[in-house]
Design a protein around this ligand. Structure first.
Ligand code: ZN
Length: 521
């Protein structure tokens, strides 16, 4: 692989329960980027995994009355098992418990920060939310409760290790302001920049084994403390690459890569755009180049969360919509600036209008008209007229538009620009009316024969190009369309890639209409 290097990760969720649709969204976002970069020929590596060491996991195991390792093994397995139903393509899956490479890497980073005089011991007290695994200042609390979980926080008094974050205020502000550490969307960049410029306070990076219930990664050279879970969790992005032994993969995808990309929910912005880069700077390692924070889907106005009991099972949604149906609907409905309420009606409407109708009908018409009018063989096109040129120039402009949209972390706009080609292709079918050309052809009109060849070719080639462009988003659909077009691979982005004389397969609906209600209401 000789292309530009590209490394993309997801935040690693804690595993106190089975995955919900919010996790599916996170995994799908990173998967689209990984597939997109692979399609461009970039030397791509994608990582996801689970945060096994979270105190939430410990509490869930206590509530169930089972050993913590048993609980995290079971639930982490459920996260890993999303790979096939969601059509994911991650290259590696890291778990932070029982993982010598991770433990050694987290301890190596700790020691490197300590050598740089950024780790020190101090007494601390503050209001702590166990679900968030973080302290809140009094003005952040909502009537004494966690603003996210609406649960009372607890007063924690401890003598812990701290990280000297305050020392990195100016450096972080500069990195973010100059986009050497890009934060997207732009609104999040300003949010995090304001936070940094308001002055950074050192933060706690360890806790007593009693509060951690003996679970977690020991602080190096001090058996009396375990790492605060965020310190070890953040390290996963490099420990999975074998940072501990300065492995080939670490050097290739982190140290020497121009693209070190984290995809996260917006609630994790400070950890990824402030704490984590500072830890790396302290250790003498390069910080991430890009942190993309997505908005949330809500159910009845509340953030989807296991503790709120409104989790929507992604496997149940896949059973209804298919992997690509779910991928499309989540990406297309994902808001840029505010949370969106997820409803069954909303998903079903999106599925029917864009997939079953617009794309599904187009593919079906392309293949069945080739069967009906040309015996299932792709004809050679005649010279293009204005109608064909509209489609050709639209398709020619798409690679740059998709690149720009994905560079801005705008999946919705990227899909919407591909769907312009879908819409325009359907319009072309109506304009050229192949069924009328076929009638004139049967009556001996040679011009109609030539125009029908051109129209059938143009429709099929548009379908092929659409299938090419949607591949990072809807990979199984691309395979289905390739197979219906009689192609072993979908080809490249240039117009004219569909060889004449190709024998197409049988037309089959790629997005069947939904019968039952979609789960979620
Ligand atoms: Zn909370």
């Amino acid at each position: 692989m000789t292309g530009r290097k590209y490394y993309v990760t997801t935040a690693i969720p804690y595993v106190n329960a089975k995955p919900h649709v919010g996790h599916a969204l996170l995994l799908i976002l990173a998967d689209v980027l990984a597939r997109y970069h692979r399609q461009r020929g970039d030397d791509t590596w994608s990582l996801t995994g689970t945060d096994d060491n979270s105190l939430s996991n410990v509490l869930a195991a206590e509530a169930e009355g089972i050993p913590i390792q048993e609980l995290v093994n079971r639930n982490a397995g459920l996260f890993q098992a999303l790979r096939e139903p969601l059509a994911l393509s991650f290259d590696d899956f890291i778990r932070t418990s029982g993982n010598p490479k991770h433990t050694a890497g987290a301890q190596k980073l700790w020691r490197a920060c300590r050598r740089n005089d950024d780790v020190y011991r101090r007494y601390y007290e503050g209001q702590y939310c166990v679900r968030c695994e973080r302290f809140y200042s009094d003005d952040e609390l909502d009537d004494g409760r966690c603003p996210i979980h609406h649960r009372p926080t607890e007063l924690v008094r401890e003598d812990n290790y701290f990280f000297r974050l305050s020392r990195y205020t100016a450096q972080l502000a500069d990195l973010i302001a100059t986009d050497r550490l890009r934060v997207l969307p732009e609104t999040r960049k300003h949010e995090v920049l304001r936070f940094v410029q308001s002055g950074l306070e050192d933060f706690s990076i360890s806790r007593s084994p009693a509060r951690a219930r003996g679970w977690g990664i020991p602080v190096p050279d001090d058996p009396g403390q375990v790492m605060y879970v965020w310190f070890d969790a953040l390290c996963n992005y490099i420990t999975a690459l074998d940072y501990a032994a300065n492995g080939e993969r670490y050097r290739r995808y982190w140290r020497d890569s121009p693209a070190r990309v984290h995809i996260i929910g917006k609630d994790l912005l400070r950890f990824h755009a402030v704490y984590w880069p500072a830890m790396l700077l302290s250790a003498g390692e390069p910080p991430p180049t890009l942190v993309c924070a997505h908005e949330f889907f809500t159910v009845n106005g509340e953030k989807i969360s296991k503790s709120l009991g409104n989790a929507v099972d992604p496997i149940a949604l896949v059973a209804q919509l298919g992997a690509d149906g779910l991928r499309y609907c989540l990406l297309r409905e994902l808001p840029r600036t505010e949370d969106t309420d997820l409803t069954a009606a909303r998903l079903a409407a999106r599925y029917h209008s864009d997939l079953a109708n617009d794309l599904g009908n187009l593919v079906n018409r392309a293949v069945s008209m080739l069967a009906r009018y040309r015996g299932g063989v792709v004809p050679s096109p005649g010279s293009p007229s204005a109608n064909e040129e509209v489609l050709q120039s639209l398709a020619a402009g798409l690679p740059a538009r998709i690149a720009a949209m994905l560079d801005a972390f705008d999946f919705r706009a990227a899909l919407s620009s591909i769907w312009e080609l879908v819409t325009q292709s359907n319009r072309y079918v109506e304009q050229t009316a192949p069924w009328l050309l076929a009638r004139r052809e049967r009556e001996g009109d040679n011009v109609a024969q030539d125009r029908l060849d051109t129209a059938l070719y143009t429709i099929a080639e548009s379908v092929r190009l659409i299938a090419y462009f949607i591949e990072p988003f809807l990979p199984s659909t691309t395979s289905k369309i390739a197979s219906q077009l009689g192609l072993s691979a979908i080809g490249t982005a240039g117009w004219g890639g569909l060889p004449a004389a190709t024998r197409v397969g049988a037309a089959q609906p790629i997005f069947p209409r939904l019968e039952a209600a979609v789960p979620g209401d």
